[in-house]
Ligand binder design. Structure first.
Ligand code: ARG
Length: 265
């Protein structure tokens, strides 16, 4: 299956090159994505590799669902892919300043973000969930908004969990938000009783709960979301990358990458 994908990607790259040959102004001719075609250049993906299974460190490499989908897109279009790890809240600035070609980080399509970036089609869904210690007095998401509630809630800085909790809870006088640079650090603080719960996406939540004793995810969800790739507003890359993404969704590649990392229950 790997082999087939590589061959399909090479073929697509040849076709993409043939179709865009006149428009291509690539400066990079010292590297090639495969034996038959020259690379069109390098796509720089901005991410925050603290978000398993979408992106995380494995030895020196950054791996995960987003890393694999991005590589498949780059292969299909005939680009090299370079992944840059940074703080989550630095991703959009990296994209809008042109330091990165796109941002891909399990990033939710959000009204405020749409003011500064464009998004691709969505390639996955996420759910904001609440992690608590087993036996916590927080037994449903509604407990966080109950009259007189006063919890300390951990989030990863700049994520939708942060944005929602800041508006719904902190600004409503119903608790305090503690912001961490990594979701794993928020979970660590929870295990140490420094905070009462963590609001984070369901896929990393499951991994963090599996890796730590005594934690559980509330049954009720906080919010449902769509993940997409972000681009500088008006970038010509948006249509090109989105076209490749749409093909990879249509031919089942995206789903098979997701299934490789997330086992359906
Ligand atoms: N889906 C959430 C958001 O868009 C969290 C994403 C966090 N991703 C990461 N790679 N740390 O805000």
């Amino acid at each position: 299956m790997k082999m087939k994908q590589v061959m399909a990607a090479s073929l697509a790259a040849v076709m993409a090159l043939a179709m865009t040959a006149c428009g291509s102004d690539s400066s990079s001719n010292n590297s090639s994505s495969n034996d038959t075609t020259e690379s069109k250049g390098t796509l720089i993906m901005a991410t925050n590799a603290e978000f398993p299974p979408y992106e995380y460190h494995e030895g020196d490499a950054i791996v995960g669902i987003d890393a694999e989908i991005a590589q498949a897109i780059a292969d299909k279009l005939g680009y090299e892919l370079q992944i840059e790890d940074m703080a989550f809240e630095s991703i959009i600035p990296a994209v809008t300043s042109g330091k990165a070609s796109f941002g891909m980080a399990g990033m939710t399509i959000d009204e405020d973000r749409l003011l500064s970036v464009d998004f691709s089609d969505s390639y996955a869904t996420g759910v904001q969930v609440v992690i608590v210690k087993e036996g916590s007095d927080i037994t449903s998401v509604d407990d966080l908004f109950a009259e007189g509630a006063n919890h300390t809630i951990g989030v990863q800085t700049g994520t939708t969990g942060d944005i929602y909790a800041t508006g719904d809870i902190e600004e409503a006088g119903l608790g305090t938000i503690e912001r961490f640079s990594k979701g794993a650090d928020a979970v660590l603080a929870l295990t140490q009783d420094k905070i009462d719960c963590v609001i984070i996406d369901n896929a990393p939540a499951k991994e963090f709960v599996a890796a730590n004793e005594g934690l559980t995810i509330l049954d009720s969800a906080y919010a449902e979301e769509d993940y997409a790739i972000c681009f500088a507003k008006g970038s010509e890359l948006t249509a090109e990358v989105n076209g490749a993404l749409q093909e990879l969704i249509a031919d089942g590649t995206v789903q098979s990458i997701i299934d490789k990392y997330i086992t359906a229950e």
